[in-house]
Design a protein around this ligand. Structure first.
Ligand code: ISJ
Length: 379
C-alpha cells in the first residue's frame, strides 16, 4: 500500500474516533447531570480502573501502555467537561435565586435610560411608556446603547428587537452575543408612520426620502407612489426627520412618527402609510445586571448546539417536557464560523418557578453554549 492509501485509512479512522469521542463526551455530560441530582462526586477512580483493566486485558503489553495513556487522557477530558457543565448550571441557578431576592419589584423611575437616535425616536416613545420620569441619553447606534448600559453610564437601555411585518432587527440580536446585558422588560408599540416634509414642500417636489430601513420596509407599498424618489437609509426615523428639517433643500421627505414630525416643525403629507395597520415593534429594556421584576412570564436565551442530527430537537424537547411554549426561535450566523449557528429563543415561562430554573439548567447541558438573557414581562 502506498502512503496515500494508508493516510486515507487513517482519515477514515479519525472520522470514526471523532464521532465516537463526541458520543462519549455527550454521555459523560449526562452522567454529570445524574451526579449533580444525586450529589455524587465527579471522580470515580474505581470505575476508571475497571475500564482500563477491561480494555487492556487481552492486548499486547506494548500497545496496552498506549491504550492506558489514551484512556487516562479521555478520563481527564471527560471529568473537565463534567465539571464545566455542573459549574455552569449551578452558577445559573444561584444567579437566578439571588436576583429573585434582590431585584426591585417594578422598574425604578428616577434613572438614566440610553436610547438610540435623537429626540422623537420610536425608542424614546417606548422609553416614555416604561419610565414616567427618566433622563434620556441619546446614543448614535444600538451598540452605543449596549455599551452605555454595560459600562454603567446608564441604568437602562431601550432597543428595538422585532417588527411583526418586517421581522427581526438583526443588529440587536447580534449585540446580545457580543455584549453582556439582561432583558428586564419588553414593550410592544403600535407603529404608525407618516411621510413628512417641510411646510413649503408639495408631493410633486419630492426627490429623496429618508428613513430607517425597517420603516422603509414597513412602507414599501406606499413608496411605490414615489417611483422617482431616491430612498436613503438613515440610522433611525428621528434622524431622518431632523435631516429634512435642517436641510436647505425643499425636495426631501422623511418617514417617521407623527410625534417626530411635530417635534421638528414638519408637515405630515400622508399619515398611516405602513403596509398594514397591524404594525407593531417590540422593544426590550436592558440592564447591566440580572433583575427579575414582578409579573415575569417570558424567558430569553441564546444557545449554540453541536453539529449533529437531533441536537436542536433535544433543546426543543427540553421545553416540551415541561410544557413550555416557544414564542420565538431565531437563528443567526456566527461571524467567522461558516456553518455554526446560534439560536435565540423566547419562551413563555415563569422564572420564579423551580421547574423553569431546572429547565434552564438542563439546557446548559444539552447545548454547547448557553446564555441566559433574562426573565421579563411584556407590556
Ligand atoms: C463518566 C464518569 O465520570 C468520570 C469519568 C469517567 C469516564 O470518562 O469514563 C469515569 C469515571 C469518573 O471518574 C462516570 O462516573 O462514569
Amino acid at each position: 500500500m502506498d502512503i496515500q492509501e494508508l493516510r486515507a485509512g487513517i482519515d477514515a479512522v479519525d472520522n470514526q474516533i471523532r464521532e465516537l469521542f463526541t458520543r462519549r463526551m455527550d454521555l459523560s455530560s449526562q452522567i454529570a447531570d445524574y451526579k449533580r441530582a444525586n450529589k455524587l462526586p465527579i471522580l470515580d477512580r474505581t470505575r476508571e480502573r475497571e475500564i482500563l483493566a477491561r480494555l487492556t486485558a487481552d492486548q499486547d503489553p506494548d500497545l496496552a501502555n498506549y491504550t492506558r495513556m489514551l484512556f487516562k487522557t479521555l478520563f481527564d477530558m471527560s471529568r473537565a467537561y463534567q465539571s464545566a457543565r455542573m459549574g455552569e448550571s449551578q452558577q445559573l441557578e444561584e444567579q437566578i435565586k439571588s436576583a429573585l431576592e434582590s431585584s426591585p419589584r417594578k422598574l425604578p423611575q428616577n434613572v438614566t435610560v440610553a436610547c438610540q437616535g435623537v429626540e422623537g425616536a420610536y425608542s424614546q416613545i417606548a422609553c416614555d411608556k416604561l419610565f414616567a420620569s427618566a433622563g434620556v441619553m441619546f446614543m448614535d447606534s444600538f451598540e452605543g446603547v449596549a455599551r452605555a448600559v454595560g459600562s454603567g453610564l446608564c441604568d437602562y437601555g431601550i432597543l428595538p428587537i422585532e417588527n411583526n411585518l418586517y421581522g427581526s432587527v438583526n443588529e440587536v440580536y447580534d449585540l446580545m452575543r457580543r455584549h453582556s446585558f439582561y432583558i428586564v422588560r419588553s414593550i410592544k408599540l403600535r407603529i404608525n408612520h407618516s411621510l413628512v416634509v417641510k411646510p413649503e414642500t408639495k408631493g410633486g417636489d419630492i426627490r429623496e426620502i429618508f428613513s430607517h430601513e425597517q420603516a422603509i420596509g414597513q412602507c414599501s407599498e406606499f413608496l411605490k407612489k414615489y417611483p422617482n424618489a431616491k430612498v436613503t437609509i438613515c440610522e433611525n426615523t428621528a434622524m431622518a426627520a431632523k435631516r429634512v428639517a435642517q436641510s436647505d433643500r425643499s425636495d426631501t421627505a422623511a418617514i417617521c412618527s407623527a410625534e417626530c414630525s411635530e417635534l421638528y416643525g414638519l408637515k405630515q403629507l400622508h399619515r398611516d402609510i405602513q403596509n398594514s395597520d397591524n404594525n407593531y415593534t417590540r422593544f426590550i429594556c436592558i440592564a447591566r445586571n440580572l433583575q427579575i421584576l414582578e409579573g415575569v412570564n417570558k424567558v430569553s436565551i441564546l444557545f449554540r448546539v453541536p453539529h449533529r442530527p437531533g441536537s436542536l430537537y433535544e433543546v426543543l424537547s427540553t421545553f416540551a417536557t415541561v410544557g413550555v411554549n416557544v414564542s420565538k426561535l431565531e437563528s443567526r450566523p456566527i461571524p467567522g464560523h461558516d456553518f455554526d449557528f446560534l439560536f435565540y429563543a423566547d419562551v413563555d415561562a415563569d422564572c420564579r418557578e423551580e421547574q423553569t430554573v431546572k429547565m434552564l439548567c438542563d439546557l446548559t447541558r444539552c447545548t454547547e453554549e448557553m446564555t441566559f438573557l433574562g426573565a421579563y414581562s411584556e407590556a
